[in-house]
Design a protein around this ligand. Structure first.
Ligand code: ASN
Length: 301
């Protein structure tokens, strides 16, 4: 039997998703369908936050296809092909190391609300995400009081979104700044400039600094979203991929599109299960999944 708490969490999640759809559609975002098998996917590295054991391949009719780790590469192709503002409820498979169980926020299968804006900037993304999180919280507070009671959750609407650089947080909290800074915070906050994948734009004037960001929930819930302005020029992408020690051949179909011409863009992905965990105040993100997909735990069904 599914517990009444889980049902309450799913009701809150459903309400949050309704608000996300309405919010994005009313701001002219087109919803597209996800893909889960491709010739290439987000490498998720080199990123200190990632601990992927392997990227699963499926052989189909003589082609080796990968499962989606994120749709970011496809987002860049689409945003450059005339779909200038879109979002996708995107299932991702990330075969994380079992030690990720202890973070309480990692799943090896989850969904993210992934969006991209042609010619967008960090500021555009900040404005959309801050408004989105406020609307979702307000909606849940007004429509799901009984469900929040079921979790004894005192949820509050975000008041402000401070901004920090990753270096600042590293200095103040050390390597595990994400959890420590999150525990210290009472409102969600932005972390800017993280050394991450090749597709996040490097500051043109300051190599080694990046125009990317994470949004971190307060109260110890940690990362909610990650995104960035993108590298979009073919030569820059080739340089960044090589700098990361990745084989160009892995990204050949993507690079062909880049050579034809990408446009600058910015976007982000908001984890759906992490949002639900935060809204209800669940201990572990797996606690709000219908079918748990927690690194290190055996899959039951
Ligand atoms: N969705 C993220 C982005 O837009 C990428 C990711 O999930 N790794 O940057």
């Amino acid at each position: 039997m599914v517990s009444s708490r889980l049902i309450a969490a799913l009701q809150i999640q459903s309400k949050a998703l309704q608000e996300i759809h309405e919010y994005l559609r009313s701001r002219r975002f087109l919803e597209i369908m996800p893909i889960i098998l491709s010739t290439t996917t987000d490498p998720l590295g080199p990123d200190p936050g990632s601990s992927i054991i392997t990227t699963p391949h499926i052989d189909y009719l003589g082609q080796s296809l990968v499962l989606t780790q994120s749709m970011v590469l496809h987002k860049q192709i689409l945003v450059s092909s005339g779909i200038e503002r879109f979002y996708v409820m995107s299932p991702n498979v990330r075969l994380e190391h079992p030690d990720r169980n202890s973070t309480k926020r990692h799943l090896f299968e989850f969904s993210q609300v992934d969006f991209e804006i042609a010619h967008g900037t960090m500021e555009d993304v900040f404005m959309i995400v801050e408004g989105l999180l406020k609307s979702v919280t307000r909606r849940v507070l007004s429509d799901c009081a009984d469900e929040l009671d079921e979790w004894s959750r005192l949820l509050k609407c975000p008041a402000r979104f401070k901004r920090y650089s990753s270096v600042e947080l590293l200095d103040r909290y050390g390597e595990d700044w994400e959890t420590a800074a999150s525990l210290d915070a009472t409102d969600p906050f932005w972390v800017i400039d993280l050394k991450r994948e090749f597709y996040d734009a490097e500051e043109p004037e300051r190599p080694g600094s990046y125009r990317n960001y994470d949004l971190i929930y307060p109260e110890g819930y940690g990362e909610a979203l990650s995104g960035g302005e993108r590298e979009w020029e073919y030569e820059r992408l080739v340089k960044r991929i090589l700098h990361d020690g990745l084989p160009l051949s892995r990204f050949s179909s993507y690079l062909e599109h880049a050579r034809e011409g990408f446009v600058p863009s910015a976007g982000a992905g908001l984890g759906v299960e992490r949002l639900t965990r935060y809204l209800v105040g669940a201990d572990h993100v797996g606690d709000i999944q219908t079918f748990r997909r927690v690194p290190g735990e055996r899959v039951v069904v």
